[in-house]
Design a protein around this ligand. Structure first.
Ligand code: NAP
Length: 238
């Protein structure tokens, strides 16, 4: 099984860097997706022999095509690259913040996934993991969950984009079910990264969130598809 290959977008730091490292430890050849080659090279050096740099800005269609042309075979795609352009509620958001959130977190996932589908179709066990967020769950956002309850409508652009990503996850799962794909979304939990100011002080270990992505990347052929899971393996309601 040592010829398995995985691509993690936004893998130069944060949760993505840990997902890439953990997949390499599982024996995968890992393409470390990074929009900046120097930052990507540093992560490749840290991860070791199984890591390969793949320069990839998920908002650059020409760059995505160039990257996809370098990868012949892929077993796992982790759409991890993400941005949160603003902590504002919708009443204080502007269209540009929404465009930026959707461009990376939704359209970027669509373009990367479609570009790498030919390589994934050469796998006998293709898996796609979309890194979403618990804050995108409409059920949690309308329930007494203290983290996301009504009255805390911040990060509107980010959360709406991740809810759209959840829909995309379900539709990809349905589109590809007959070809043996497993396509699932992950809520990695609040993690100490650079995603938003202050989250480094409040978040937990990003390596722990990454473990949830690796679990979904290694799903058996009778595993779930078109579902939304938390990092600890429990299901998240849409
Ligand atoms: P992070 O430390 O800011 O890392 C984000 C990664 O995405 C970086 O490698 C960044 O590259 C990359 N990226 C951003 N835009 C990109 C683009 N256009 N093309 C390619 N790469 C791009 O944040 P993180 O927390 O690890 O976030 C990883 C994922 O987890 C995101 O999808 C995020 O929404 C999700 N998530 C995080 C948390 C949390 O608490 N941290 C919670 C729920 C979900 P640069 O270094 O070049 O900027």
């Amino acid at each position: 099984m040592n010829d398995r290959a995985a691509l993690v977008t936004g893998a130069n730091k944060g949760i993505g860097r840990h997902i890439a490292g953990q997949l390499a430890a599982e024996g995968f050849t890992v393409y470390v997706g990074a929009r900046d080659a120097d930052r990507g090279r540093r992560a490749v050096a840290e991860i070791g022999d199984r890591a390969r740099l793949l320069v990839l800005d998920v908002t650059d269609p020409d760059g995505i095509a160039r990257a996809a042309a370098q990868v012949d075979h892929l077993d796992v795609l982790v759409n991890n690259a993400g941005v949160n352009p603003s902590l504002a509620p919708p009443t204080e958001s502007d269209a540009e913040e929404f465009r930026r959130a959707y461009e990376t977190n939704v359209v970027g996932v669509l373009e990367v996934t479609n570009a790498f589908l030919p390589a994934l179709r050469r796998s006998r066990h293709p898996r796609i993991v979309n890194i979403s967020s618990g804050t995108s769950s409409l059920t949690w956002s309308t329930s007494p969950n203290p983290q996301f309850a009504p009255g805390r409508p911040g990060s509107a652009a980010y959360r709406a984009a991740k809810t759209a990503l959840n829909a995309l996850t379900l539709l990809y799962a349905q589109s590809l079910a007959d070809e043996g794909f497993k396509v699932n979304a992950l809520a990695p939990g609040l993690r100490a990264t650079d995603l938003v100011p202050g989250v480094r002080d409040r978040g937990g270990d990003p390596a722990e969130g990454a473990e949830g992505a690796v679990r979904l990347a290694l799903l058996p052929d009778d595993g779930p598809t078109g579902r939304f899971f938390s990092w600890d393996g429990t299901e998240v309601p849409w």
